[in-house]
Design a binder for this molecule. Structure first.
Ligand code: UD1
Ligand code: PEP
Length: 434
């Protein structure tokens, strides 16, 4: 497995284009199984998780044509549902969380499916109850084979109904929605996740002939239809990459322009980075971040210490909490970082502490960061990337640090960030894949 070797402390400069969104790609690519007609998807990132899902779709019998470096045409005229029971499927699906979203479309179109435990980051408990309860409400019957660790699902007749999701799960909402578009009658999903990627999925399904209303809200109404047709779809820029690049610019005192950001879809992401004291300008649809020596953390209006926490959309995404935390280590001021959703995403702070950061890990969900205000640079060390976002946070720390760092387990980074070393080199970073 490769390692990133980084010589830190260099200011970077230039323009960077965000990749197509990983977590949107996983929903949208799964949805191609809902129709026997061709679906063309543009702006697909060349990253491990998405490539694996495309491979799985191909293994299931869907015709996959690569039209250009980031466009694919999928035609799922025939699908071999029995492939879901093979060892090959099981080992491939176990490698990525997104594989769980194949279930909704397969149940909707073929009435049966099986599911091994999906993969994804080990960042805390990641329940699938929302998915399963939603399918059950639509009439699916589950059988868990404990010995094989396999769920067998029979959904020969899905019927629309009202459901209140037990939590606003992103992949759970996408999955149940994809099952409901072909169910008989009307389904109402309350407490639906409503982040931009789900909005994109709804818009694409409507273009395919689905009847979904309430897009962008937490109350989706879906009138089931008999059949869906083909469409073209372009993925949004990856908002987590955009946030990561804002953090990178601030931490390394770099002047960076992030191109074509779809700023209208970023929700509160720019505002949260502004609360860290990071200056940025919106130039058309680009975000320009000037080189900044000191950035000062805001306090709350009453003068008390700022807390930054995650919440389901339109709250701040949990996937950027690790990036905010690392950026705060060089800020002026103190901030409490509260990762509410996942209980194992802050343990990487021990590596930042080894690098010289001032952090108190209060409990698995909360860390207080006392900014160094550039009085002291972080120092390069050897470390391993525990999950995708902590991996990038550590990469940002290493790029800002004095001396050489080595980051191992970079598969975790590669699963979500396309050609990251090449793109950072283009900005002037001293990074090598060894
Ligand atoms: C492939 C994909 O798209 N992955 C994203 C997706 O994962 P995923 O869809 O797996 O995450 P969920 O939205 O289900 O939420 C993750 C966990 O947060 C907790 N939870 C969730 C909602 C809620 O209102 N309250 C609550 O406590 C639950 O314990 C849940 O297990 O959404 C997560 C939350 O934005 C992101 O971190 C992941 O990057
Ligand atoms: C946690 C993430 O991904 P996954 O849900 O695929 O593990 C992420 O994208 O930050």
């Amino acid at each position: 497995m490769s390692i990133f070797k980084i010589k830190g402390g260099k200011k970077l400069k230039g323009e960077i284009i965000p990749q197509g969104a990983k977590n949107e790609a996983l929903q949208i690519v799964s949805a191609v199984l809902l129709t026997d007609q061709p679906v063309t998807i543009n702006n697909i990132p060349n990253i491990r998780d998405v490539n694996k899902l495309i491979e799985l779709i191909g293994d299931l019998g869907c015709k996959v044509e690569k039209l250009s470096k980031d466009s694919y045409r999928f035609t799922a005229a025939t699908v071999n549902v029995n492939f879901l029971e093979t060892d090959e499927y099981r080992s491939k699906a176990a490698a990525l969380r997104g594989s769980v979203m194949l279930l909704g479309p397969i149940l909707a179109r073929f009435g049966k499916a099986s599911l091994p435990k999906p993969g994804g980051d080990k960042i805390g408990r990641r329940r699938l109850d929302t998915h399963f309860l939603g399918f059950q409400k639509l009439g699916a019957k589950f059988n868990f084979d404990a010995a094989e660790h396999l769920f067998q699902i029979d959904a020969s007749e899905l019927k629309g109904c009202y459901m209140l999701l037990d939590e606003a799960s992103v992949t759970g909402t996408a999955n149940v929605l994809m099952a409901a578009v072909l169910a008989k009658g009307t389904t109402t999903i309350y407490n639906a996740a409503c982040e931009p990627y789900l909005q994109q999925l709804c818009l694409m399904l409507n273009r395919m002939g689905a009847k979904i209303s309430g897009v962008g809200s937490n109350l989706l109404t879906i009138e089931g239809v008999e059949k869906l047709g083909g469409t073209d779809h372009t993925l949004l820029p990856d908002m987590i990459e955009i946030g990561s690049f804002i953090g990178l610019a601030a931490m390394t005192q770099s002047e960076i322009t992030i191109k074509n950001c779809r700023i209208d879809m970023l929700g509160m992401i720019p505002d949260i980075f502004k609360r860290l004291g990071i200056k940025m300008e919106f130039r058309g649809d680009d975000i320009y971040i000037p080189s900044q020596n000191i950035y000062e953390l805001e306090t709350f209006i009453d003068g008390s210490i700022l807390t930054i926490s995650d919440a389901p959309w339109p709250g701040f995404t949990p996937d950027l909490i690790s990036i905010v935390l690392v950026v705060a280590t060089q800020a002026k001021g103190t901030v409490l970082i509260h990762q509410k959703m996942f209980e194992s995403r802050l343990f990487f702070t021990d590596k930042l502490i080894d690098m010289g950061a001032q952090i108190i890990l209060c409990d698995p969900h909360r860390a207080t960061v006392i900014g160094l205000e550039r009085k002291q640079q972080l120092r390069g060390i050897k470390m391993s990337s525990p999950d995708i976002r902590a991996g990038v946070a550590l990469l940002i720390a290493a790029l800002s640090a004095n001396g050489v760092s080595e980051i191992s387990n970079i598969d975790q980074i590669d699963r979500g960030y396309q050609y990251i070393d090449e793109r950072l080199k283009n900005l002037g970073a001293d990074i090598e894949r060894i």
